[in-house]
Design a protein around this ligand. Sequence first.
Ligand SMILES: [Zn+2]
Length: 100
Amino acid sequence: MKRVFSSYNLVLAHHARNLLEAEGIETEVRNQLLSSAMGELPPTECQAEVWVLNDEDVPRAFGVLRRPPPSGPEWICAGCGEPSGPQFTHCWKCGAIRAG
Ligand SMILES: [Zn+2]
């Protein structure tokens, strides 16, 4: 297993995970719960991390994560009305799949 992404932003970590899973790369997000304890633990303990389970997928995973984010307008979730960035395929708030 190898860590391929880390961020204090859990949404970004899940986005990275979604990109990898879409490519058929098995991943695991760690430290999610610790993020809520920010301020009580050293910052390095609070980052959300994305780990690739199979080492042979690691080079491909880095390739996926280095892709430039798609550009375009924000889109509005049909489920809850929240705007999300063009790079997201799911609503960050309610998890609904992007329509259109
Ligand atoms: Zn939503």
